[in-house]
Design a protein around this ligand. Structure first.
Ligand SMILES: Nc1ncnc2c1ncn2[C@@H]1O[C@H](COP(=O)(O)OP(=O)(O)OP(=O)(O)O)[C@@H](O)[C@H]1O
Ligand SMILES: [Mg+2]
Length: 263
């Protein structure tokens, strides 16, 4: 796997936006599915003074792309993702995320609630006024996008962790989700499942240019699938844009760290 190979963005997508600096742009919401502007997040402490977790974070993610969010443990990745998902409110700053948006959690067993794959993906469509045939068609298309259409009748408990993640993603797609926010989905998965989940996300985006995804990961090898990447440290966005450049940036940091501890 060549981590340093430059990625060719899909021609249908706004490749010129990948390298643009979003802070120098006037907000163009037609282009961006996700935007955070000068987002801060603090939590109160018993001692009184609040602790700052996110510090002036700004990111803009073009619609239809898969971006990855990386950084050391505790740097604020999940907090930023939760703010983008609307699960936490920023202390300051502005957030725009296309809707519907869906947050997919790390543990596959927390995602899937129904006894079979078909029932689970159809679950969120229960409140819509669709006919049974329309529901079945949406469920099939969503499962097809994540490569799980042969598993419609399978009991959930017979699936691997990665297959459960793909069913959870299909559930979001069936509800016409425009933004997928995915927090370290591959942590508990073996290598085959990891690749299966990331390919499923990539394929979902290829099938519908309406869908945009932000994927939190620690694995540099997953950057191969990304259209863009964001690197955070200590609550701040340090670098973002071209995934090959971010890969080099992280590898240089790792090399400098190893050099330091060997001296
Ligand atoms: N409600 C809270 N109260 C106090 N501290 C918090 C709270 N939520 C998050 N933190 C702290 O904020 C920092 C960022 O947490 P966050 O979970 O966003 O990091 P992360 O980058 O996702 O880490 P990891 O890679 O381990 O998942 C951590 O130091 C964490 O302990
Ligand atoms: Mg986290």
């Amino acid at each position: 796997m060549n981590l340093l190979a430059p990625l060719r963005p899909s021609p249908a997508r706004p490749s010129s936006l990948i390298r643009s600096n979003p802070l120098s742009r006037v907000s163009a919401r037609d282009d961006f599915a996700i935007e955070a502007r000068h987002v801060n997040f603090s939590v109160p402490t018993r001692q009184g003074a609040p602790v700052s977790i996110l510090k002036d974070c700004s990111v803009s993610i073009p619609a239809g792309q898969l971006w990855m969010l990386l950084g050391p443990n505790g740097c604020g990745k999940s907090t930023l993702l939760k703010i983008l998902a609307g699960l936490l409110a920023p202390t300051a700053g502005k957030v725009y995320v296309r809707r519907p948006r869906s947050f997919v959690f790390q543990n596959p067993d927390h995602q899937v609630v129904m006894p079979t794959v078909e029932a689970d993906v159809a679950f969120g469509l229960g409140k819509s006024n669709l006919t049974l045939e329309e529901v079945r068609s949406k469920v099939f298309q969503a499962l097809d996008a994540v490569g799980m259409s042969d598993y419609m009748q399978r009991p959930i408990q017979t699936l691997s962790g990665g297959q459960k993640q793909r069913v959870a993603i299909a559930g979001a797609l069936a509800e016409a989700c425009k933004v997928l926010l995915l927090d370290e989905l591959t942590t508990f998965l073996d290598e085959t499942d990891q690749i299966g989940v990331i390919k499923a996300v990539k394929n979902s985006l290829d099938k519908s240019e309406e869908v945009t995804a932000l994927w939190v990961t620690h694995r540099l090898e997953e950057l191969e699938y990304a259209d863009g990447a964001i690197y955070m440290e200590d609550g701040k966005v340090i670098s973002y844009g071209d995934p090959a450049r971010i890969t080099d940036f992280i590898k240089d940091k790792q090399a400098a760290y190893i050099n330091d501890i060997n001296c």
